[in-house]
Ligand binder design. Structure first.
Ligand code: C2E
Ligand code: MG
Ligand code: MG
Length: 763
């Protein structure tokens, strides 16, 4: 059977038993049936404990025992009414009386302590108990027992008022201590109320010498009814455990305390008036209630003190948790302000310190912004773990270089910042040099020996300068140091800001120029040194803003590279050059060389774009040469690999690859052997200035010999004089390009030149 149904049936059965069957069963039968109801109540409480597993099983067990004693009492009365435990106290009395302490203990244990302390609960019980005793004394004991002139038929009855005071006290304590009163609690409270009412009734019956028989329903029956109610409470499903932090509502406690404070004096006053009216004023009549009222007052003061102490404790706990919270917040702030890898301050903290230093009216010192030159390569080639280790090693090497009051920070990536708040101009330079020197020593990182250098931008501090401006100025100086060749420091100069503004404006103008189609391609002949015939042209981009002379690529290619516009521009040049050189190739068999930026080679579709350009202009692959700079292939990492793949693919199609400006970058020649290249273009800086420069001639010879041994075609750039041409011819160089043979010119000039050359040959 389900629990709610069981509860209902049991309630109906018990009610019928107590209210209908028992009174009709005759004097003995009535008592036996009450005993039966009591036994049912015990069983139901036990079932409730088993099924519901309530939060306080011991309390419920005690309640079951109390019900058991209460059930045994009427049976004892019915079966052995004459058995005396003591003179005047029957077995029936003893069983009934014994049920009270058990019930009281059960009630005491039932309350789950909440925010209130154990002592507060005890004090509360004491206050309620004393008030109950005052009431019991004044209303029942004094008038009906003390002031009595003949002995009681049942002396045990005198204990009832005080036992009821105890039980009521504990019931009220339950209300005070239990923050969340559940339905089982409320039913138990109702049962207590019923029991006290039945006791008062019984007490009055006995003390007024009224006959007991025939009124059992209102005393014994109600008493057992109370246990039936307790068993119904036990059969109620238990709620969840009370939250320890839950507190009793202040209003509930306050109202109770006011009532309790008033009961003592009012009851005493009542006793006084009553006894005075009867002219029976006995000192005990006043001493007892007054003493108890005084005790209540003292207990209330204690209770107050306990409440204050609890409040203080709670305040201390709150204070402690606030302190903890603040500490947590601070550590989170520190985490946000510091770099997780090196533990160095982040950009935010650096800016704070910068602002602090430059807030002073007089401020010297400088900010050094440092960027590792080869870091990206290390990361690409060896992975991020090695990169991280390198950053740690760099931080470790930089730390000892700091003096007191100086700061090392890591604003991000491979950038470090050093704040020297008190260094003079000369010292700042010396310190920057020391940093560069320290970093030039190779790093041993997880089995790799790494060579890195740094570029440093220096910004002198200025009072009342904004931190972010100081940082961006240092960044400009750093950019300048990189542009000037890295592994050096550069001091910020307002000129750098103008240059940066120029760069930004240049990018804007380039973007517009691309849209407005302001670019053209000029062609410079590449001649066979032996015959002097133009065997090909190099395509060189020109920017011709309307109404202005053409602008050379040296002035805008860097900006195009930086902004990424080179991708669009480079492809445009490639397609235009292929389209314009198509007819020349078909008529004269000439080739076309196109410069390609490293950024184009880092694009995944570069080879496809070249194929498309060739197909669209109907130019065979072997008529196209791609010119790249040495750096593209020498650098390691993902970009270099992609570039290598593109070039290998295109060479397989027949496209030629030339290394441009050879000799200006990486001096190691050994790598040439492994690269997918066909042509070496010797940089114009190799051309001797005068006829007597034998050393320069020897260099050119070495390069030409090397190229020949590798099966590469050589093209000399910057052939300006007849002497250059003569020298190159004797050294065995294959081709030449330079002003001597022709300056870069518009496509029409190239066509004219080709036409003239064939006319001459034919002629
Ligand atoms: P580069 O590829 O080495 O081109 C040769 C440069 O040398 C050209 O400069 C050319 O005008 C110049 N030159 C030719 N003969 C002589 C000579 O006898 N003496 C001297 N002193 N110079 C001579 P230009 O056209 O100013 O181009 C400069 C650089 O711009 C090129 O160097 C190339 O790296 C880059 N460039 C030009 N067009 C493009 C392009 O379409 N794409 C890319 N990515 N770069 C380009
Ligand atoms: Mg070139
Ligand atoms: Mg060149």
């Amino acid at each position: 059977m389900r629990l709610p149904a069981l509860r209902l049936w049991w309630l109906i059965a018990a009610t019928l038993l107590i209210v209908v069957a028992a009174p009709a069963a005759g004097p003995r039968g009535e008592l036996i049936l009450y005993g039966l109801a009591g036994t049912g109540a015990v069983t139901a409480v036990l079932v409730g404990i088993r099924v519901n597993r309530p939060p306080r099983p011991a309390a419920w067990s005690l309640l079951a025992v109390a019900a058991g004693l209460g059930a045994a009492a009427p049976v004892a009365w019915a079966l052995a009414p004459a058995v005396l435990i003591r003179p005047g106290i029957t077995l029936y009395d003893a069983l009934f009386l014994a049920s009270y302490p058990t019930l009281a203990a059960g009630l005491a244990l039932l309350a789950e302590r909440s925010g209130t302390s154990r002592w507060a609960g005890l004090t509360e019980t004491g206050i309620v108990l004393c008030t109950g005793v005052v009431l019991a004394w004044v209303m029942l004991y004094d008038p009906y027992v003390v002031d009595r002139d003949h002995p009681l038929s049942s002396p045990a009855v005198v204990a009832y008022p005080f036992l009821d005071a105890l039980v009521t006290g504990l019931a009220i304590r339950l209300i005070v201590v239990q923050a969340r009163l559940t339905r089982p609690h409320l039913i138990v409270l109702a049962a207590t109320l019923l029991m006290v009412a039945s006791d008062v009734r019984y007490f009055l019956q006995v003390t007024r010498d009224e006959p007991i028989e025939g009124n059992l329903l209102l005393s014994v029956g109600a008493y057992l009814g109370a246990y039936v109610l307790i068993s119904i409470a036990a059969l109620h499903p238990a709620g969840p455990h009370q939250d320890r932090a839950a507190t009793v509502s202040t209003w509930r406690t306050l109202a109770l305390h006011i009532v309790l404070v008033l009961v003592g004096p009012i009851a005493t006053a009542y006793a006084l008036r009553r006894d005075a009216a009867l002219h029976e004023l006995d000192p005990a009549d006043l001493i007892v209630p007054l003493t108890l009222t005084a005790v209540v007052a003292v207990l209330l003061v204690v209770r107050m003190a306990l409440a204050t102490r609890l409040a203080e404790k709670q305040a201390a706990t709150v204070g402690r948790s606030l302190t903890e919270q603040a500490a947590l917040q601070e550590s989170m702030r520190q985490m946000a302000l510091h770099d997780g890898l090196t533990g160095l301050p982040h950009r935010g903290l650096l800016e704070e310190q910068l602002a602090l230093v430059s807030a002073a009216s007089e401020c010297r010192g400088a900010l050094l912004l440092l960027d590792l030159d080869g870091f990206k390569d290390v990361n690409d080639r060896l992975g991020h773990t090695v990169g991280d280790e390198l950053l740690l090693a760099v931080a470790d090497r930089l730390r000892p270089l700091l003096g007191p009051g100086e700061t090392l920070a890591r604003p991000g990536g491979d950038e470090f910042a050093i704040l020297l708040p008190a260094a003079g101009a000369a010292e700042v330079k010396a310190r920057a040099d020391a940093v560069l020197t320290a970093l030039r020593r190779p790093f041993d990182v997880t089995g790799h020996t790494l060579h890195v250098t740094a570029s440093i931008g220096i910004r002198r501090l200025e009072s009342r300068a904004r931190a972010d401006e100081l940082l961006s100025d240092a960044d400009l100086a750093l950019y300048a140091a990189k542009a000037a060749g890295k592994d050096r420091h550069e001091l910020f100069d307002p000129r750098l800001r103008r240059e940066q503004a120029d760069r930004i404006r240049m990018v804007e103008r380039l973007r517009e120029a691309l849209e407005a189609d302001e670019f053209t391609v000029h062609y410079q002949p590449i001649v066979a040194l032996r015959s002097g015939a133009s065997i090909g042209f190099e395509a060189l981009v020109r920017w011709t803003p309307p109404g202005q002379p053409p602008i050379g690529p040296d002035r805008f290619i860097p900006a195009a590279e930086d902004s990424g516009l080179i991708l669009q521009l480079g492809e445009w040049v490639l397609r235009r050059a292929c389209a314009e050189a198509g007819p020349w190739h078909r008529r004269y068999g000439t080739t076309i060389a196109v410069n390609v930026s490293p950024r184009q080679l880092a694009e995944p579709y570069f080879a496809d774009r070249v194929r498309q350009a060739l197909a669209d202009s109907d130019l065979p692959p072997h008529a196209l040469t791609i010119e790249i700079t040495e750096g593209v292939l020498v650098r390691s990492g993902a970009h270099a690999e992609l570039a290598l793949a593109h070039l290998t693919e295109l060479r397989a199609d027949g496209v030629r690859v030339a290394i441009d400006d050879f000799g200006t970058g990486y001096s190691s020649l050994a790598y040439l052997r492994d690269l997918p290249i066909d042509i070496l273009k010797i940089d114009k800086s190799f051309m001797p200035n005068d006829t007597s420069d034998a050393q320069q001639a020897a260099m050119v010879r070495a390069v030409v010999d090397l190229a020949r041994s590798l099966g590469l075609t050589t093209v000399a750039e910057g052939v300006e004089t007849a002497h250059h041409a003569e020298l190159l011819r004797t050294l065995g160089c294959d081709r030449g390009q330079g002003w001597l043979f022709g300056r870069p010119g518009p496509p029409a000039a190239a066509a004219l030149r080709l036409n003239a050359e064939t006319t001459v040959t034919v002629g």
